[in-house]
Design a protein around this ligand. Structure first.
Ligand code: GAP
Length: 594
């Protein structure tokens, strides 16, 4: 992913106008860390709020906030200690580290170098004659190593309690599952969301906020009973999507599949209904917040590309500068996470599922004679009793013999069958414990912000001059409205501008009050940071009969309308929520020729 013209222009604007910039620059900066300035922090926060509204509130899900540092056993269980690696190749000449799969992709037709093994990647680097992008030295012959992406730390003084900065917010949800399931009244399906920081020690962070070492995820872990729970697709079945299935990617003349969610699930293009459901609401959400849907697709992961926990995965991808950026992943994680934590942790990661009707079952049971086991096995007697119980459930036929052989803490032990008091009982069961499966929509907030900026970054001509503006949606724009007194030396205009700004702020709007320079300059300043509407307070609005009025100008079209001050708050509430369009406002009020 090279830094193309679109990205370079965006990075310049982002720094100059306070969206984002490299952090700690006073100390030379450090790769992969960014600070959001006033515009960027507001935009990001609005994106998070829009996500929360759609994926937590409207879906009726539970939101939590877990710590970002977690102890080592969490990541032993989750598989991240062993399996969360990228391929690293180091330059022998200058010592610079590079991500091997990215080097290969940047210099060949290969689009999925991630699926190569380290040995294959090293061979490919030699075959392609790749050189170090930093110093130009040949990389042929250099080994490619697996590099774990987690940041390690110690919790408390000393090194007795190693911990890691979480590489995904998801683990905070899985680890707390035994408690959260109680809040959900043990009733599947239910979803748990979290918006928060995640950390990955990326080998080569790049394209500013697209690949960083500290970033924000908005994740939803949706827990389902795979045997019983089906999504209701009625609200999304007609949503049109552009899909790029793995089968099409593998073909030389592979094509996108333009279809609806309903058809994609019916035809098995999207194999899991829950994934289909979340692709549908994501498609609508991205469109609502301003992603250009002509530069958007859902791409299925190829088999070798999937994370260690995923059985199937689709990415939402946006196009910027000719590159496709993964902005969200939709993974079917199965029971991987809860089973692993169930095995490693001392808690119950299952849910009790009541049967529709109680079931009568035959159960193999033992009732060991402890008066015999005690003297024979001493302190081990309780473990022997447990082992007898496990064997009865696993292999009841073993009790047909005179004695059974057990494995107790790695030691082979023989027990007379009589002592076990084995029997088969008929029992009535109300339900069973199951390990829920997880469907996970996982959104990168920073990459969403980046996409919105890139897709909104436009140029046109106004009054013979080139204008650069951000056509951000009113729902996420960092500033909702600019308020300008037409001139700054007429007290009544300045006072009214102050009052209007105060009233809008009190109603929860982010307002930029600007009284310096020509009105045209003030419009340009707001256009460049994506403020969708500007209010100008002029003499016409305060003179003569009738209510006090102001003009509102729409950013993208420059169209203007005169509106009573008393209608402003209600009008902006509708415009920001998208329930009122500017055309509606023009229809209902006096249009002003610009
Ligand atoms: N819990 C699943 C998970 O973490 P992922 O595909 O590794 O899945 C989810 O990450 C999203 O997080 C990605 O789609 C991407 O938008 C974002 N993301 C991942 N690594 C990132 C990085 N280094 N910088 C910025 N965003 C990143």
């Amino acid at each position: 992913m090279s830094e193309g013209a679109e990205s370079a222009a965006l990075a310049e604007l982002a720094k100059r106008r306070g969206f984002f910039f490299g952090s700690s620059e006073a100390y030379g900066g450090v790769g992969g860390f960014y600070t959001y300035g006033p515009q960027g922090a507001a935009l990001k926060s609005n994106v998070e709020e829009a996500w929360r509204e759609r994926f937590a509130v409207q879906e009726g899900n539970l939101e939590i906030e877990a710590p970002t540092i977690m102890p080592e056993p969490v990541f032993e269980a989750s598989g991240h200690l062993d399996g969360f690696d990228d391929m690293l190749v180091e330059c022998a000449e200058c010592g610079e580290s590079h991500r091997a799969d990215h080097l290969i992709e940047d210099n060949s037709e290969l689009e999925d170098a991630e699926t190569l093994s380290p040995e294959e990647a090293a061979e490919k680097i030699s075959d392609l004659g790749l050189v170090c992008p930093n110093c130009g030295a040949e990389l042929a012959g250099q080994s490619v190593e697996e590099f774990n992406l987690m940041f390690a730390t110690n919790i408390g003084p000393g090194s007795k309690t190693p911990g890691y900065l979480r590489p995904e917010t998801a683990q905070g949800i899985f680890v707390e599952f035994p408690r959260i399931k109680e809040y959900a009244r043990n009733s599947l399906p239910f979803g748990v969301t979290q918006i928060g920081r995640a950390y990955r020690n990326e080998i080569s962070p790049r394209k500013n906020i697209v690949r960083t070492r500290e970033f924000t995820q908005a994740e939803l872990e949706h827990f389902v009973d795979p045997e019983r729970d089906e999504p209701d697709l009625s609200s999304v079945e007609d949503v049109e999507v552009c899909l790029y299935p793995a089968t099409e990617q593998e073909r030389d003349d592979g094509e996108y599949v333009e279809t609806t969610i309903g058809a994609a699930v019916d035809e098995g293009i999207v194999a899991n209904g829950w994934i289909g459901y979340f692709l549908g609401i994501a498609q609508e959400w991205y469109e609502d917040i301003g992603v250009d849907m002509d530069r958007f697709r859902f791409r299925q992961h190829l088999a070798g590309e999937r994370a260690h926990y995923a059985a199937d995965c689709w990415d939402a991808e946006s196009e910027v500068d000719g590159d496709w950026i993964e902005i969200a992943g939709f993974a079917y994680r199965g029971d991987y996470d809860l089973s692993k934590h169930g095995e490693h942790a001392d808690d119950d990661f299952t849910v009790f599922q009541q049967y529709d009707e109680p079931k009568t079952v035959e159960r193999a049971v033992v009732d060991p004679d402890m008066a015999t086991l005690g003297p024979e096995f001493g302190a081990q007697a309780a473990d022997v009793s447990d082992a007898l119980e496990t064997l009865a459930q696993r292999d009841p036929d073993a009790f047909d013999a005179d004695e059974v052989t057990l494995d107790v803490d790695g030691e082979e032990v023989t027990v007379d069958t009589d002592v076990a008091n084995f029997s088969v009982e008929t029992q009535t069961e109300a339900g069973e414990h199951i390990t829920p499966h997880v469907v996970e929509p996982s959104f990168g907030v920073d990459r969403t912000v980046y996409t919105l900026l890139a897709h909104a970054h436009e140029k046109d001509e106004v009054d013979g001059e080139e204008r650069t503006f951000l056509s951000l949606s009113p729902t996420v724009a960092p500033t909702n409205v600019g308020v300008f007194p037409l001139v700054s030396n007429v007290e009544e205009l300045v006072e009214l501008a102050d009052d209007v700004a105060d009233e809008l702020r009190a109603a929860g709007f982010a307002v930029a009050h600007d009284d310096s320079g020509s009105i045209g300059r003030r419009y340009r300043r707001q256009d460049e940071v994506g403020t969708p509407f500007c209010i100008t307070i002029d003499r016409d609005g305060i003179e003569g009969e009738g209510p006090t009025t102001v003009t509102i100008r729409e950013r993208d079209s420059g169209r203007q309308v005169r509106l009573s001050v008393s209608d402003l708050v209600e009008t902006f509430v509708g415009l920001r929520a998208g329930t009122t369009s500017f055309d509606d406002v023009l229809d209902a009020n006096e249009v002003v020729e610009a």
